[in-house]
Design a protein. Structure first.
Length: 91
């Protein structure tokens, strides 16, 4: 069975120095069969940072990516979400 790894860039509504609480909220919104593959941060401008997250979804379950993206976009503290990359992997 293969997997799809999607990389998202999440812009907060305000300047955040610690993404810990946002990461916890994000992990609670994941579908049961998905998992976080990795995190990162990117400086946007003037102290504003964006959270980068890679999420691994099973390839054979339809609708999981759309469901997660809808939840993510409506999450408190999130201003905007961009999908940066989608790739398929066997691991």
């Amino acid at each position: 069975m293969g997997f799809v790894v999607v990389t998202y860039k999440i812009f907060p509504t305000d300047i955040i120095s610690d993404f810990g609480p946002m990461k916890k909220k994000l992990e609670n919104t994941l579908p049961k069969s998905a998992s976080v593959h990795g995190y990162g941060e990117e400086l946007v401008a003037y102290g504003l940072k964006a959270l980068l997250v890679q999420v691994k979804f099973p390839e054979d379950e339809t609708g999981l990516v759309d469901e997660f993206e809808n939840r993510l976009g409506s999450m408190e503290g999130v201003s905007q979400v961009q999908t940066l990359m989608v790739r398929r992997t066997s691991r």
